[in-house]
Design a protein. Structure first.
Length: 134
């Protein structure tokens, strides 16, 4: 019987050892699972960070493009106003040029009139002096 009790004792010890080994294995597997989950979480965080950075970069680029478009629109508007002002100035200058040309023409004929009057007066005076018609 003793050998049976010894065997039972050995089997019980083996079972306890196996149970302890199973507990250790479960604990190690649990620790490994936790490590794997932590690594997965870290990788996901890295990916999320990269995605956020890319989104920020895209947003920044989009904002710059929008600002550039706004600047171009403002420049076009400013150029349009400048062109309108220049066109108005050109029209005013042309009107002034025409007015001055008309005034010069009037002045020219006035000078011709005065010159003709003086010349005719001189000729008449010369005739009167020469022929004694006084």
């Amino acid at each position: 019987m003793q050998s049976l009790e010894g065997r039972v004792s050995q089997v019980e010890d083996s079972i306890k050892t196996i149970n302890q080994d199973l507990k250790d294995l479960k604990r190690e597997m649990s620790e490994q699972d936790e490590k794997i989950e932590r690594k997965i979480d870290e990788k996901f965080k890295e990916i999320e960070t990269k995605i956020d950075k890319n989104n920020d970069a895209q947003t920044t680029k989009s904002d710059k493009i929008a600002d550039g478009v706004d600047t171009i629109k403002e420049t076009i508007f400013t150029n349009t106003l400048t062109q309108q002002k220049l066109q108005s100035s050109i029209e005013l200058l042309q009107a002034d040029k025409e007015s001055e040309k008309h005034e010069r023409n009037k002045l020219k004929w006035a000078i011709y009139g005065v010159g003709f009057s003086l010349l005719s007066t001189l000729v008449w005076t010369w005739i009167r002096l020469t022929f004694g018609l006084m």
